[in-house]
Design a protein around this ligand. Structure first.
Ligand SMILES: [Zn+2]
Length: 277
């Protein structure tokens, strides 16, 4: 049985794309009683109708805890699939050197200040070249502390806060690049966040986004055990179409969104967006 809803510590969400309240509509088959997943009757966007208040993400639902629990759950349920998945990830990064994120930053972002929203322990930022000054925002207290230690020698800043609040502390046009890798699916207010990213980017600056691909074949095949479903962590479920539309509506140009960034055989979507020069 699910625990009763701690109603004072969750937020009810309207569709984060079009604002429609889908409270009366039936949930999809993917969520559960505590964390129902709805497909908006107005625009089709898929999202969780409830989400933990930001404060709960600092410790109670901090990513390093929930991801560890999720990883153990998957290993128990599908030990071979999980082991293979971890091996492939290491193989791609170490043997094939296909670490896509640092490569995209190198190709698309000019030297200067770079911000990683949801920077975790600072792993991505620490892999960027010396031409970049790395900054991070991280809501988990423990991870923000780790990132600050990792990046101490590189003159950047790590802010321990929710993304929107952290973004508000930077001046307009400050960054040549902003990274949202495995973050936008966590954000309760994704449109407000993209507007904030637009504000802090310099003209011509790029945002690099990676999110789970709700339109992936694996989601259709594996249903609710698909790796993109993480409750209550993932609150937005993007398709190639909804991701590009939300970015355009926020005022960005699409800089890169190739077939290799958005095909249905991948569990992830990648998009590079640009603020007009
Ligand atoms: Zn909608």
């Amino acid at each position: 049985m699910s625990a009763p809803l701690p109603v004072n510590r969750i937020v009810h969400r309207r569709c984060p794309f079009c604002g429609q309240d889908n409270h009366a509509g039936a949930p999809t088959a993917y969520g559960n009683a505590v964390w129902p997943i709805k497909a908006c009757a107005g625009c089709g966007f898929v999202y969780t109708e409830h989400a933990p208040v930001y404060e709960r993400l600092m410790d109670e639902f901090a990513w390093e805890k929930t991801s560890h629990i999720e990883s153990e759950r998957r290993t128990a349920k599908h030990p071979i699939r999980q082991a293979l998945s971890q091996k492939m990830k290491g193989f791609r990064q170490k043997v094939l050197k296909r670490d896509k994120l640092p490569r995209l930053v190198r190709e698309r972002v000019t030297a200067g200040h770079v911000l990683d929203i949801g920077c975790g322990g600072g792993g991505v930022l620490s892999r960027l070249g010396p031409e970049y000054i790395p900054h991070g925002i991280e809501i988990s207290r423990a991870l923000a502390q780790r990132a600050a230690e990792t990046l101490a020698s590189r003159h950047g800043t790590v802010i321990h806060d929710a993304a929107l609040h952290g973004l508000a502390r930077f001046p307009p046009g400050y960054f040549s690049g902003v990274i949202l890798s495995a973050f936008l699916e966590h954000e309760i207010e994704p449109k407000a966040l993209l507007a904030g990213v637009l504000r802090v980017l310099a003209a011509g600056g790029c945002g690099i986004i990676k999110v789970p691909n709700y339109a992936s074949l694996n989601r259709v095949i594996h249903g609710s055990t698909w790796c993109g479903f993480r409750l209550p962590d993932h609150v937005n479920y993007f398709t190639p179409s909804s991701l590009a539309r939300m970015c355009r509506q926020a005022g960005f140009e699409i800089d890169r969104f190739r077939l290799t960034d958005r095909h249905c055989f991948s569990d992830n979507l990648w998009i590079v967006i640009r603020k007009s020069a």
